[in-house]
Design a protein around this ligand. Sequence first.
Ligand code: NAP
Ligand code: HSE
Length: 434
Amino acid sequence: MSPIKVGLLGLGVVGGGTWKVLTRNAEEIARRAGRHIEVAAVAVRDIEKARRLVGDDILVTQDGLEVVRNPEIEIVVELMGGDTLARELIMEAIAQGKHVVTANKALLAKYGNEIFAAAHAKGVMVTFEAAVAGGIPIIKAIREGLTANRIQWLAGIINGTTNFILSEMRSQGLPFEQVLAEAQRLGYAEADPTFDIEGVDAAHKLTLLASLAFGVPVQFDKAHIEGISMLAAEDIAHAERLGYRIKLLGITRRCDTGIELRVHPTLVPVTCLLANVEGAMNAILVSGDVVGPTMYYGQGAGELPTASAVVADLVDVARLESADPGHRVPHLAFQPEAMDDTPILPVSDVVSSYYLRMRVQDRPGVLADIASILSEMNISIGSMFQEPHGETEADIIFLSHQAREGAINAALDRIHELPFVHTKVTRLRVENLL
Ligand code: NAP
Ligand code: HSE
């Protein structure tokens, strides 16, 4: 069979890795795909730099449209990032009847509904394994491996940069900025690293996972997002003392009234598998009603792990491109006409346990007044401890039992009005996962 021709839009960390894997494992990949996968054209900004990697035998251009409109090319692989030019090029590729492979979670989280609808209408595939959790085949697992299940929830560490930062800060005592710079050097971080630090990248990925798990449209704008930039070193230390580690988790759960969709720093018990996922590693726990909990672990970012997922998609497309479109796996796991409109819940409806830290004046009656507000709001205290702060102040740390976030917020509003509470209360969620 003749080789299938591919056009690469971008030859940076992931694009460069994809080129290397397709070159290094060409024969093994062809044995799996049934034909060779050949890069015929590349679009980049810096042509000289690209030529040093790919040589002089293929087209290298600064014009992505030249790749997308090249009649030889059957699969367009978008690895440029961003949501303007990348979106235009992907929509044009679809209009030209070409299949698309992308690692661009930011683009799919915002424009996925439009892109998948266009691809469905045109009968082409848009695959995105590399967009979530780098080298872990989590999309294939949910979309194909777990199809027997009504998925109940999933929770995961799905941003390598922040997990690397939290791990190094905790275990090495290194400062935030130094660890972030190292994550950037290693190619983990997004072009705009605030996407990583503020939880936006994890929310992009979680949005896609929720759609795949529950058969709902992509709804990034409804995700609740908190990052790690406001996390204090003392909370990491207090969590440790209480038997927990703080991880940036993406959590989505099917409840009676809707779907939770939230990314935030979370205390997880040190005995929990997720608490022991360190460095840039990612891990996702998925719970289905038939299979029970399953866990997926691996490198969530970087050149070769991400390229592993891109190439897996290329092999899938090469195998299926001649199949009748109706016989292919649906883009978002569910048949497009079977997607439903279960609402995404506001975060005030989320039920969780909470870690609360407040700095107060150290005098009789303070604890009793705070405890009585919590009790009036029906919030039960699981444990607490107090640590002196100077001569006259103390930090009080509570762990609550499960409560509605709306009730916690109402209690905090009242606690903030107390004259002896000197700082804004730090509120973190606690999840007792497996
Ligand atoms: P990157 O290293 O910055 O590479 C971007 C590539 O796109 C470069 O080759 C760049 O050309 C090219 N490019 C950018 N703008 C262009 C334009 N206007 N015209 C032509 N070429 C252009 O980015 P990356 O880390 O590989 O990330 C690529 C995508 O993969 C992003 O969507 C990212 O979110 C996603 N992703 C990344 C990782 C990771 O670990 N890095 C993991 C999963 C998913 P030059 O080389 O000439 O500058
Ligand atoms: N910036 C992302 C991360 C890259 O740190 O996980 C992988 O999607």
